[in-house]
Design a protein around this ligand. Structure first.
Ligand code: NAD
Length: 368
């Protein structure tokens, strides 16, 4: 068999259920290496609490440079009660923030998909949620979480004042909106841009600049503007009206969690964080399930690996330009769910409960 591609993938399992779910991802990458003329070079390293235990740091420089050199980073999850008391700079989450910031991952893609097999897991009526397929694009490195000035200062009368600053520049808005328009072209060709232009100048700028970019570069994509509070309501009222939603860091944080929860299945949803393309068209990117390290079920072989496996699928699609392999993997997940296999978190009457490893094996069997 002729090997045609050599790609570097860095796996960062992290803490809690992270190592269990990333182990299943590794099995699938190895399957692709063996059976699909692909040649992924897999590296694995510690992050989060696991890294702190060994190196007294949530991410070492060595691991950070490995991430810089990789075409895709796939992370499990970090954190857990054991490290909750650490000072801020040593906490497991610092690894994530450092990777996002230093790799300049400014666009966070969060699909909210309702799997037809799991329509009953949603708190919404089946007719409202069935077939849902939204992509939320959240700006990840700007806005109120990073703006200056910030801080807490004492003021007169013994009171204190807390300040955070919400700012965006034209370039910051254009680069994330461009990601949303490009995605829409491959989907239903519609972008909804959300802000609070009725009460915030930065929101007004957001609306004007997204519109200007659309008029200049993406004339064929339909663009709608919506106030972020209305979007929060519309997601519950009629979520299927949306295709791609693009929004800032703060509103995106809230709207993407709301959209994910509509589907009722935390263990199934992946995410991607993308950086800018370099002159060769390559970009830095990190892929991770949206769930955390689930310390309550860690080590029991009952966690759902599908969110991580679908994170690999996003990496194949967006970083490695392997759409055929990504489609194959997505279809394998669908078929396993069609067959009635369920991990404990998505178990329902009449279905077959399986472990983390059996779920991974079943998906590989479908790839075959
Ligand atoms: P969580 O997502 O870890 O767990 C919430 C609930 O969902 C738990 O009952 C858990 O058992 C369940 N769950 C989550 N993923 C599952 C899966 N794949 N299969 C089956 N069940 C699953 O959120 P939490 O409990 O709020 O946080 C736990 C730890 O994870 C904390 O330390 C938190 O800081 C960290 N966290 C990390 C990330 C990340 O690494 N990106 C994100 C969120 C939370």
């Amino acid at each position: 068999m002729i090997k045609i591609k050599k790609r570097k993938i860095l796996l960062l399992p992290g803490d809690g259920i992270g190592p269990e779910v990333i182990f299943e991802v590794k099995k699938i990458i190895e399957w692709f290496n063996k059976n699909k003329s692909l040649d992924f070079e897999i590296e694995e390293a510690l992050v989060g609490g696991a890294s702190f235990e060994k190196y007294k740091s949530p991410i070492t420089d060595e691991v950070f440079y490995k991430a810089l050199e990789s075409e895709a980073v796939i992370l499990g999850a970090v954190g857990g009660p054991k490290w909750d008391g650490l000072e801020f700079s040593k906490r497991p989450e610092r690894a994530l923030l450092k990777l996002r910031k230093e790799l300049k991952l400014f666009a966070n893609l969060r699909p909210a998909i309702c799997f037809k097999q799991l329509v009953d897991a949603s708190s919404l009526k089946p007719e409202i949620i069935s077939g849902l397929d939204i992509m939320i694009v959240r700006e990840l490195t700007g806005g109120i979480y990073f703006g200056e000035p910030r801080g807490i200062v004492p003021i007169e009368n013994g009171e204190r004042k807390g300040t955070n600053t919400h700012t965006y520049t034209t370039n910051e808005i254009h680069r994330v909106a461009r990601v949303a328009f490009e995605l829409a072209k491959k989907r239903k060709n519609t972008v909804t841009s959300c802000e609070k232009s009725n009460v915030m100048e930065a929101g007004m700028l957001w609306r004007e600049e997204v519109q200007a970019l659309r008029d200049k570069e993406f004339k064929k994509v339909e663009l709608k503007h919506m106030l972020a509070d209305n979007c929060a309501m519309q997601l519950l009222r009629e979520p299927k009206q949306f295709d791609v939603i693009v929004t800032d860091n703060l509103f995106g944080d809230i709207l993407s969690d709301e959209a994910a929860m509509l589907t009722g299945s935390l263990g199934l949803l992946p995410s991607a964080s993308l950086g800018a393309k370099d002159k060769n068209g390559k970009m830095r990117a990190m892929y991770e399930p949206i769930h955390g390290s689930a310390p309550d079920i860690a080590g029991k072989n009952i966690s759902n690996p599908i969110a991580s496996i679908l994170s690999l699928s996003m990496a194949l699609r967006y970083s490695l330009e392997l759409d055929v392999e990504a489609d194959l993997l997505d279809a394998a997940v669908q078929q396993v769910l069609d067959d009635g296999l369920r991990t404990k978190d998505i178990m329902s009457v009449g279905k077959k409960e399986v472990s983390t490893t059996v779920m991974g094996d079943a998906i590989i069997a479908k790839l075959k």
